[in-house]
Design a protein around this ligand. Structure first.
Ligand SMILES: Nc1ncnc2c1ncn2[C@@H]1O[C@H](COP(=O)(O)OP(=O)(O)OP(=O)(O)O)[C@@H](O)[C@H]1O
Length: 291
């Protein structure tokens, strides 16, 4: 099993004439907390959207290596037919399969979950219902078993409920289990999004600005939860965050993007003193920065 859970090679994403990602190469170590940082518009969310299948990358490779298998993320989203397909029936049928049935759900099923910059919960459902919906892939979906309420069906439901309450406890929301998700505070909703992602049993979770809008106490709780995921569940965390205090405190590794390119990588200490990074954040030329 590779030490790297994620290998991104030559990733490109173009929106018409806009090159959001030029040629992004990065790796994420299994079991690490890795931060993806950079100034506004650097391309961070675009990287997340490509990794999790919300965008089909314009080019490059994304390999996601779980403990069980390697998933080619770009392939499972459904690629265009290639000339070689017509002389290779196996390749053609695989391409056809993913064109018909591929999508973000397969990325999640492979073990990669995410949260969003703008919270996307089912606001009119209760907190626990949000977590049960997230588990629809794991529970018994046999219609007959549901209608007959078989013991196997009841066991599967009970397991889903146990899992939901386990993650509610981790994110400190057990007391809110029956509240409507949309009525909770912003910080609570952010934590619920993490619990929902964890209910899909991922090996890696991508958190898009999880501390945005949180007060310092909530940010500390969030940091504790993120460390818990790594330390107690060996979850790899990839996070986009503008709160540099938090990033420097919890990250094992930091990758810096600017204008669609990776400009630096390293541990927090190295990144804090990297001139290219300082220049990118200050919006000045490297030569103009005096340390
Ligand atoms: N769907 C889209 N259509 C057109 N342009 C887009 C789209 N999504 C992103 N972009 C452009 O790609 C570039 C990178 O945007 P992205 O949101 O990835 O940056 P970011 O680093 O996440 O920024 P922020 O920190 O402000 O969230 C920007 O120029 C943005 O305008």
């Amino acid at each position: 099993m590779s030490d790297m859970i994620l290998n991104v090679e030559h990733l490109m994403m173009h929106f018409g004439g806009i090159k959001a990602l030029n040629d992004v190469n990065l790796e994420v170590r299994r079991g690490s907390i890795t931060a993806l940082i950079g100034p506004n518009g650097a391309g961070k969310t675009t990287v997340f959207n490509c990794l999790t299948g919300f965008y089909k990358a314009s080019g490059g490779n994304i390999l996601f290596n779980t403990s069980e298998k390697t998933t080619n993320v770009i392939q499972i989203l459904g690629q265009k037919f290639q000339p070689g397909d017509w002389v290779n029936p196996a390749q053609l049928s695989s391409r056809l399969f993913y064109k018909m049935f591929g999508g973000t759900h397969l990325v999640n099923r492979a073990g990669l979950a995410r949260t969003f910059q703008n919270i996307r919960l089912f606001r009119d459902m209760s907190v626990v219902e949000n977590l049960l919906v997230a588990q629809h892939m794991q529970v018994n979906r046999n219609l007959l078993a549901g209608v007959l309420n078989t013991p196997a069906y009841r066991r599967a439901e009970s397991r889903a409920l146990d899992r939901a309450f386990y993650w509610l406890e981790v994110v400190e929301l057990v007391d809110c289990a029956n509240r409507l998700a949309g009525e909770m505070s912003y910080g609570q909703q952010r934590r619920l999004e993490i619990a929902r992602a964890m209910c899909t049993a991922p090996e890696m979770i991508c958190l898009d600005e999880p501390a945005a809008g949180l007060n310092p106490v909530e940010t500390r709780t969030l940091s504790k939860i993120i460390r818990f995921l790594r330390d107690h569940h060996n979850i790899t965390v990839l996070l986009i965050e503008h709160d540099m205090g938090m990033v420097m405190e919890i990250s094992d590794h930091i990758i810096v993007l600017d204008h669609g390119d990776v400009i630096a990588q390293g541990n927090p200490e190295q990144i804090q003193h990297d001139e290219k990074v300082i220049a990118a954040y200050l919006g000045t030329d490297e030569d103009e920065v005096h340390l």
